[in-house]
Write a protein that binds this ligand. Structure first.
Ligand code: CIZ
Length: 322
């Protein structure tokens, strides 16, 4: 039996739901019940009736699913699937930053640890950050972390004075603006699509800047047939599925042979590890209940604002008791 069929059988036996992020390998996306960005994946997990969720993505995504669905067993195929933004925002220094600005609202990218979420006021993804920043009263100071490029992008486009944390995504900073410029000269008919985690010198060439789901929608709906895409390569699988006629090129990185636009953490997941995780119902994601209680509040606030509800904001920072 093929591994794909064995996984399908295990999924049914164990009543498990497989969620996969757009940055996973195509073969993993193809065995998933749902493929999406981290916001869509968290909601899908929360709204499902399955007692077991296998999250093929990185650990902060699996933690978000677990915190929003605490009664479900959440499996991660490889516990080493970290994130450079999580590493760039250690709890102790993020907490100091928060304490240095006690009256600011802390807007934290979902690419962060559960502990950092727990000391934040609202979580954002690249698909809903604009809506969430716009929902914050204009007289409130905003801390935005841990991705400085994403923050810089919203600072410029929303004309809002965000204080930025100094972190970045190790994949998105490797695109080369100079080589992108050269590629555009070669293919002037191509539309350039870029993720806002890229640096500004790359974003300046983009016709469309947006989250994975936004860039995918652009490819699907655009009358153009040529695209140059500056984000992680996993998304190409869905882009090519929705537009088999389109030519989709990777934006170039400084070193051409490095495969630098593949996220090494996302790519730790394999079909074999997924099969093993379903057989043994392990590795499981756990978040300490004290941290989860506080981290769920900014996650809930994100969902409420994204769904068009109005929310209240704390007047100042209070250190959670964990
Ligand atoms: O929010 C996500 O899933 C990430 C990491 C990127 C995006 O733009 O969707």
């Amino acid at each position: 039996m093929l591994i794909q069929e064995r996984i399908k059988k295990l999924k049914q036996e164990k009543k498990a739901l497989i969620l996969a992020h757009y940055y996973e390998e195509g073969e993993i996306q193809d065995i998933a019940d749902f493929v999406g960005d981290s916001y869509q994946l968290s909601l899908h997990g929360q709204n499902s009736n399955h007692p077991i969720i296998l999250m093929a993505g990185v650990i902060f995504m699996a933690e978000s699913v677990k915190m929003l669905s605490p009664d479900k067993v959440v499996l991660a195929p490889d516990l080493n699937a970290g994130c450079s933004l999580v590493e760039a925002s250690p709890y102790a220094s993020y907490l100091k930053w928060r304490q240095d600005h006690p009256h600011a609202i802390a807007v934290t990218y979902i690419n962060s640890s559960a502990q950092v979420k727990a000391i934040s006021d609202v979580i954002v993804t690249s698909s809903n950050a604009q809506q969430i920043i716009e929902a914050i009263p204009p007289d409130r100071q905003i801390l935005f972390g841990p991705d400085k490029n994403l923050g810089q992008y919203f600072k410029r486009t929303l004309n809002r004075d965000l204080l930025l944390w100094n972190g970045s995504c190790e994949v998105h900073v490797l695109f080369s603006a100079q080589k992108l410029y050269q590629l555009i000269q070669e293919y002037p008919q191509a539309r350039v699509l870029a993720h806002p985690e890229c640096e500004e010198n790359v974003l300046q060439y983009a016709h469309t800047i947006g989250s994975t789901s936004r860039l995918l929608a652009e490819v699907k709906e655009s009358p153009h047939t040529h695209f140059i895409v500056a984000t992680e390569t996993g998304i190409f699988h869905q882009m090519q599925k929705v537009r088999p006629d389109a030519v989709i090129r990777q934006a170039p990185t400084e070193t051409e042979t490095c495969g630098c636009n593949n996220c090494p953490y996302m790519k730790l997941n394999t079909l074999e590890k997924i099969e093993q995780a379903l057989i043994h119902l392990s590795p499981r994601i756990s978040v300490s209940p004290a941290v989860a209680e506080f981290a769920k509040r900014p996650l809930d606030r994100m969902i409420e604002i994204t769904q068009g509800k109005s929310v209240s904001w704390p007047s100042h920072f209070q250190l959670p008791p964990f």
